[in-house]
Design a protein around this ligand. Sequence first.
Ligand code: HEM
Length: 535
Amino acid sequence: MISNDANKQLQRLASFYTTYVLPYVKRRSPQTFIAAAIAAFFSYQVYNFVQVPRKLRHIPAVPFWAYMKSALSEEGIDLRTRNIILPVLENSPNGMYLRPNRFGWCVGVAGPSAMKTLLLRKDFEKHRGIALQPEALFSKFLGTQNIVTLNGSVWKKHRMIANPAFHRSMPVKLFGRLCEKMMTQFEKEGDGIDSVDIPMFLQRFTLDVIGLAAFGYDFEALGDPKNAKVDTYNTIMDGLRNPIYFFFPILEKRFLWALPKRRAVHNRMEDMNQIFYSIIENKRQTLENMKGLAEDAEKDLLTLMLEANADSKEAGDRLSDSELRDDLAIFFLAGHDTTSNALSFALYHLAANPQIQEKARKEVIDILGDGDDVVYPTASQCSDMKYVYMVMKETLRLEPPAQNTTLRENKEDFELAGTFIPKGTSVSADIYVMHHNPSVWKDPEVFIPERFAPDGESESKAGSGLSWVPFGNGARQCIGMNFSLAEQKVLLSMMLRKFTWTLADNSINKDGIVLGGGTGIISPKDLHLKLTKRF
Ligand code: HEM
């Protein structure tokens, strides 16, 4: 049975075809007939895509066309949330709603209690999406055997091998060295420190960090941003951000032959794979030559993973080269854009709130001392930066770089915070939406680091579920969280010690941060800052 509404639409579609399309194509050539058949096929696909499945109609849904128009345009998730999603959430007592996704309609979770159940219980597994769409650029880049999308014992194997690498002391010296390099670069490029293109520099900084700290591989993005390695990487990243292919993977599956620009991006995957496999091979060689000579603290993540791999007693517990390659791709994707955007947003909020910037600077100077020398903070000094950490947490609340987690799927019918979720539904933890949900956070649009002080608003919510999840939570929580937090603390403290800053003259962000479009990762649009040296 289909609903009256859906039935009417179906009848209208059928009558349009019999009245207009069929008589027309009967008078035309076979090519016209084929074109009409393709059009009919697509109309049917669109029809199926637009309709909310009957089994999900008890959950409030966003209006399809308004949502898609926003998602496919340059509009940021802030406008989509405010204008389209939050009005729907007003009719949802537990913060759950429906929105379109590349696999059809999915349940978005934006309430603390449902979030806790979704992320902590084992009833929801990662969606098999990536394995279902091997032709997509996304799947070609990440591979189908990576730590983020796998489930069960195979995921455990990946996590066991990667865990030791992420649970040792963080390479803060390397973060400091690259931050110093970035700060000297400000003066050499563009308009100097009067108008610094912050996201562009931070992208280069975090790419060099992830390359060197994770794999001992130097992209040289800070020194030479136009080199071939950076170009290959950036071409693929730009391709991954295109929302058209995100929502319509069928274009890559069936029509890549007719899309020369997209095909050219796909072809660059060969260069990217060459980079990945040469990283693994070189690392193996170096390990062989250095046997036992390197100190643990000096080792990068890949070295530690290769060692853990070699130490695994059972062959079945080890990762193959192609599994290692897929994890490498994830570390790049998950560890580069996310941290660079988190830092851009933190610098923006400090520019927009000079008193908070001053308070954070005072804390840093109390810990690191003051002067025109360059100081790299140690790990223990980083842990003393309580207020800077509150600034970072509030930034991650307002602009969590990952808008949502990867999709989950329930293997059996399930009741999530009182809402029935039929077996096989796609479910997403909608981090951004929950962090801006006024029934979860008071004055959610206002930047207030004190929310994260002891006894602050955040602590008072502990009993009601999970209301702050920029890194996810539970067994699948971000493995790189501490790595990223240390990287952020080093950069923010070094910037605070060396400069004061405001928004650049004529900034488009004077009335609030403007977000870029696209799906997945949240980024700022055209963020330039005016820096002033303190000495
Ligand atoms: C501000 C920075 C970062 C943010 C906001 C972030 C966010 C997230 C989120 C939300 C998840 C959970 C995904 C899910 O449940 O589906 C996740 C998982 C993951 N992240 Fe991050 N991440 C960041 C930095 C990093 C870094 C630096 C790395 C590695 C170098 C990394 C590697 C991973 C990996 C491997 C997973 C999958 C873990 C698993 O499933 O076992 N992330 N991240």
